[in-house]
Design a protein around this ligand. Structure first.
Ligand code: AMP
Ligand code: ZN
Length: 116
């Protein structure tokens, strides 16, 4: 999608600090990390949000979830991590290209919810 910043990173039109890439997905470091490790895992296909996932995306989304542990391991997250998807206005999604926040390298608490 032409005006989507994450599509532009996937297409190398703007730079990203890439942690993992293959033909279907990309993982790159977040510009504003919320932990010692914070990468965004995206499908290269433009899907705006979880609300826009279609039946035909089942395999792609399953593929992403099978890759998380490998990306986490490569980033040194041997003690666990958190995977977060923000969706829509209430979920505070700011970039309208589906992305999974993979955050780790710190001991987290629960619940995580805040409106700051
Ligand atoms: P969300 O609020 O879930 O939509 O998260 C969007 C994330 O994208 C935020 O954590 C931003 O810091 C991050 N972000 C925005 N632009 C870039 C960029 N050009 N490169 C890396 N991360 C970005
Ligand atoms: Zn996009």
């Amino acid at each position: 999608m032409s005006d989507c910043i994450f599509c532009k990173i996937a297409e190398k039109e703007i730079p990203g600090n890439i942690a993992y890439e293959d033909d279907k997905i990309l993982a790159f470091h977040d510009l504003d990390p919320q932990g010692p490790v914070h990468v965004l895992i995206i499908p290269k296909k433009h899907i705006a949000s979880l609300d826009d996932v279609a039946e035909e995306d089942q395999e792609l989304l399953g593929y992403i979830l099978t890759k998380v542990k490998d990306i986490a391991k490569d980033l040194g997250l041997v003690n666990g991590y958190r995977l977060v998807v923000n969706c829509g206005a209430d979920g505070f999604q700011t970039v309208k290209h589906l992305h999974f926040h993979l955050i780790g390298g710190l001991k987290m608490g629960w619940p995580p919810f805040t409106n700051k």
